[in-house]
Write a protein that binds this ligand. Sequence first.
Ligand code: SF4
Ligand code: SF4
Length: 354
Amino acid sequence: MGDTAASDKHALTKLVKMKALELGFAKVGITSADDFPDHAAELMQREDYQARWCGPKGTNSLLAGCYPRDLFPEGKSIICLLHAYNDIDFPEKLSKHVGRVYQNRSYVPTQEQLAGRRLQAFKDFLSNSGVNIYEGPEELPARAACFRAGIVSWGRNNFARTEENGSFITLYVLLVDADLDIDEPGRPDAEKGKCPDGCRICIDACPTQAMQESGRLEWTKCVLFNNLRGCANIDLREKVGERIHGCDVCQMVCPRNAKALAAPKRKDAFLEVLTEEFDLEKILVLDDAYYETIVKPIMYNYIRDFEIFRRNAAVALGNSGDASHLPALTRALELSEDETTRETIAWAIEKLSR
Ligand code: SF4
Ligand code: SF4
């Protein structure tokens, strides 16, 4: 590469990184558009993943994302952005029911979320700088890309993490056609981030025993997976507890998150107001107005079917141990016309009546 080309490359890299930090991302790193063979091999070992998410290379979201240049032959670099939310004072009442990343509205944000607008502002900056971004449906392996860009490591609980922010981070990765300076892969942060020998605190704390000794997640046991199905698996209903949208247990108990959790906190005024209005009994009989104002702003990612929300609320109320919810459950049982929801409510009534 000639001196001028190298200097243009350095200049654009600097601009890109400065813009990311200016927009409030906590970290930014850049890796190449090379394949992710280790991630692909791991996916291929998972029979359940293959059945549900992966077809032959190039025909599905997760596996295809391991081969960025097959998706976007012009792709030269992957820009890795990290948003941190360990400094938010998440309301305790809400955190019993909804995972912190969802309360933070930063995970796969829509254009309606502040996080989505910020990401779009960064994309607009790239476009205005003549950089093209791959916008296809396939997902690049965000954790592997951010590790290769040197901005995260990860531990046995599978969550990407940094020293400063722990695992309370959201990752965004953009495959672009710009030739940018590539960062060193995940060292030394990865070395520092390794789990202590013999630590299995997260494995033991998992309410549904979803984590194997190796750290591999049995994803159909994880609380979120069960929430997505309205807690249809009766064997796991009690273990899901009062969580209706995700679970933070394996992050909250991790000693390597202690420093990030001890950082000074600030309140999110929106969450404070939302928490005052948050009521499982209203989700039990969810209607459009309550969905739009209270549920959708923090639970927009996965669930669209109101019956799923209603069933999760029923399970959470049944697991609350608070018999004062029995009248609301009985009313909901009378109102519901959905057979599976009625069965779930009946389960909750039976549990609270013991
Ligand atoms: S998120 Fe919760 S249910 Fe899923 S592995 Fe972690 S502790 Fe277990
Ligand atoms: S709890 Fe222990 S084993 Fe689990 S991620 Fe944290 S340090 Fe690693």
